[in-house]
Design a protein around this ligand. Structure first.
Ligand code: HEC
Length: 190
């Protein structure tokens, strides 16, 4: 009997040592619990993420909604060749204005090769302080309405013979309308 008891005890000891009993018993019961607790936070986090998504989407949608009016066509006081009033796309006009930027700034008092175009719309030609205009520009008698600028920018040297603005012009009416829409929105402080 005592030998059998020793053998049984040794067997149990061996099982305990390998962890087989622990795995089948307590360990087996704990494992599902751990899985359940691991899933619970994941489930809880998922609705939280969902709840956070709509405000994030709203926030992301807001800037385009605000940007939309700025990109909307601007009605211009310009009559095109076909007698129809033109509109301009200021976003496209900003790209056209890159051709002007080497010589012109829209900031007040910032003269480069060309005079500042700050508040240019509606101003008489040749009036920017500190800029050395040609006599041709100063004597042109032009008032830079949108229409006058539209006509001028097609071919500046034909519109004001003797101008020192070394710019070939914008052949396409839509380029002129777009750049004037951009200038009209940005030639003054907000
Ligand atoms: C290479 C330089 C240069 C480029 C490029 C240029 N300009 Fe000029 N611009 C001048 C100069 C110089 C004058 C002054 C002309 C004069 O005195 O005869 C001028 C004059 C003007 C004037 C008249 C300003 C005033 O106070 O009477 C307007 C308007 C104008 N430019 C618009 C533009 C626009 C819009 C563009 C781009 C589509 C452009 N310019 C591109 C050099 C440039």
């Amino acid at each position: 009997m005592s030998n059998r008891a020793k053998t049984l005890a040794a067997s149990i000891a061996a099982l305990l040592a390998t962890g087989a009993l622990a795995a089948c018993g307590g360990g087996g019961a704990e494992a599902p619990k751990e899985t359940a607790t691991a899933e619970a936070p994941a489930d809880a986090a998922a609705p939280a993420a969902d709840a956070a998504t709509p405000p994030a989407a709203d926030a992301a949608a807001t800037p385009p909604a605000e940007a939309a009016p700025a990109a909307a066509p601007v009605e211009l006081d310009i009559t095109g060749a076909d007698g129809v009033k033109l509109t301009g796309d200021p976003a496209a006009g900003e790209r056209v204005f890159r051709q002007c930027m080497s010589c012109h700034s829209l900031k007040a008092g910032e003269n480069k090769t060309g005079p500042s175009l700050h508040a240019i719309i509606g101003r008489t030609a040749g009036q920017v302080p500190g800029f050395n205009y040609s006599d041709a520009n100063k004597a042109s008698g032009k008032v830079w309405t949108q229409q006058a600028m539209f006509d001028y920018l097609e071919n500046p040297r034909a519109a004001i013979p003797g101008t020192i603005m070394a710019f070939a012009g914008l052949r396409k009416p839509e380029d002129r309308a777009n750049v004037i829409a951009y200038i009209s929105l940005h030639d003054h402080d907000e």
